[in-house]
Structures are given as structure tokens and as C-alpha cells.
Design a protein. Sequence first.
Length: 406
Amino acid sequence: SWNEVPLAPPDSIFKLTAAFKADQFPQKVNLGVGAYRDNEDKPWVLPVVKKATSVLLNDPNLDHEYLPITGLPEFTSGAAKLILGSDSPAIQEGRVTSVQTISGTGANHLGALFLSRFYHFSPEGGRKVWLSDPTWVNHFAIFGNVQIEPVTYPYYDPQTIGLAFKPFLDTLRNAPSKSVFLLHACAHNPTGVDPTRDQWKEICDVILEKGHYAFFDCAYQGFASGDLDNDAWAVRYFVSRSVPLLVCQSFAKNAGLYGERIGALHVVAPTTEAAARVKSQLSVLSRSEISNPPAHGARLVSLILNNPELFNDWKRDIETMANRIIEMRRELHRSLTEELKTPGNWDHIINQIGMFSFTGLNAEQSKAMVEKAHIYMTGNGRISMSGLNTHNIRYVAESLDKVVRG
Ligand code: PMP
């Protein structure tokens, strides 16, 4: 009768969304969601996705057979080029293994499961993964599920509302050799704080020196700067310096395919032969968990990645999303600093990158935003920039101003 099963608390983000939906206040704003919204606060089906869908619908040969265990080959090869570069030597040398996954979450899980089975964790370090403090909360559960203990490295400095670079480097240096470090490839969730290129280079130096393994999570390629190549810079740089690594890739945000669950795991191996061995094991693991990945999202993304015209359309759609978010950052910053003269420094709003921003509001202030202003945000002060639009930004700025003034 399951009496012994403890009741689990509801997921905090989904709880926030439910509270938002139930709220009758006309000016309510949802800054909790991790999904893109257009200026009318509506989900946005990318025009390129509509085009690709109609191509699929008109394909007389389309069937519903199983995909191969490791996914649609044209999708996985296109996805590898997207993140590693179309001229990537690692791909040309046959050292990259790519497997289709259940979006970014599935890629993280499969990557974690693979490490759990096959990574040589040092006796000194133990079965641990180093996560940024803070990180996407699901990382803790994903690694815990496969008996890898999550521990954290300093990442965010509340004093500067920026990167805690020195403590981060010190932790990299002091961690036992061959530790696994999870790195957000771009547009860090939840802080919006990314290392600069020079900082990435130093991080890479230490990782190489210590023989650490880099577990890249890339859920926002294109979303950070509006440019797919630019946002892949850190991953490509690490590959060029032969850091042992894997990359988890999601098409949820950059293609607006949240519900299609389309993603990939790429493992960059030292040799072609090692890549083949890794692939054989990933295939065994995937088989036992999902047998075969879902086809629809893979077909859509494959069309977009492999057809130059659709690929160009996609880049334009990504720019549309990224630019709207950048515009909202500028506008919020302008309202706070120029119009309202809100106390404090707000430059982090324009310096941070991607979908999310850490406002610097504390738990009490964040709670006041929800309870007094009906502006829904998480208790850590994070806001989703895509919840802002030209209709609500003034109200959000005024409410922030009030909360900060206390
Ligand atoms: N990693 C990070 C850092 C994320 O923010 C997300 C989405 N919230 C994911 C992975 C996975 O998302 P999905 O499974 O929807 O691709």
C-alpha cells in the first residue's frame, strides 16, 4: 500500500508556474519560466520549424519505424558539427561519438551513467562530480541517480554579482587529479554569468594540468549571443587543446522544441578506436533505457542542420530570440538606472548572458516581488528575461525599485 513511501515536495519551478496561473491579478508577470516567450508573452514556434514540419508532412516516404538505437545518423552528425564546428579536426579524425538523447536532460543522464560505469575515478577523489555553485538544480539529482556524489565549486560571487573567478580556479587546482568538472558551455543557468575567453583559457590550463575531465552542458547554444559559433567557443577551444571531455546538447531552447525532447551526447575520445568502444557502450546503455530515441524532433532538426536554406532561416530565428532578450536587458537596465535611479549598481543586468539573470535580490526581496507585486520569480533572485516584454517591463522595473528601496 506504499505507506512507507515519503511524499516528495513538488518541483519548485512547476509550483511557481501553478501559483502564477491561479493568480487573478491583471498585471501579474511570470519571470520563472525557462522557456522563450515572444513580446506578447506567447510561446514562439520558430518559422523555420514550421517550414521543416511542412517538408516532413509532405514527404510520402515518411513512416514510423524505429530509429537506430543511437539515433538518426543525419541528426547526430549534424549536431556534432554544430557544437564542435563544421571543420572540427576531432570529427574529421573520427574521434567523436554522438548519440541521440532525450533532450539535454537525457544527455546529462546518459553522460553521467557512462561515467558512472566507465570513468576511472581516482581513489583519492572518489566518485564525485564538481558542479558550479549554483547550477541547474536537476544536475544534483541526475548524478545522484547514478551513484556519483555531487559536490560544488565556487562560481558566483554575490558581492560583485559576477564570476568568483579566483575561488573557482583555486578549487580546480586543489581538487584531486582526474576529477570531473561540470561546466556550462554558455549562458550559465541560473546566474547568466559566463567566464570571458581569457578566463576560459586559464580554466583550461588548470584542467589540463590536473588531468580533470570536462563535462560540458550546452543547453543554450545561440541563445547567449545570437551566434551559434560564438556560443560554442569554449567547447571548441577545450577540444583544440585536447582536454578529455563530453558535451550534452539540447535543442529545446535554441529551436523552441521543448516538448519534442531532442538532444545529443557527444564524447570526444583520444582515438578513433576509443570512440568506437565508447559508442558501443553508449548504445548498450541507451538500449536498456529507451531502446530507440523519438523520431520527430530528430527529423526536424536534421532537416534544419543539413539544408543550407533552412539553416540560414534558423540562424535568423535565433537572432530574433536573442536580440529580443538583449533588448529587454537594455531596457530594464535603462529604466532602473536612468528613470528610477534605483539604488545600487545594475550593470550585471546587461553584462549577464542568455535567458536568465541573477538580479542580486535576496530571498526576502524575491518573496516580496511575488507576494506584493505578483511578479513570479525564484527565491534565489533569478529572473527569466524572456518573461519581460514591452508591455510589462515598466511595471517590473517599478516593482524592483520599490522592493530594493524596502
Ligand atoms: N542543462 C541546463 C543547464 C538547463 O538549463 C536545461 C534546461 N532547463 C537542461 C540542461 C535540459 O533541458 P532539456 O532537457 O529540456 O533539454
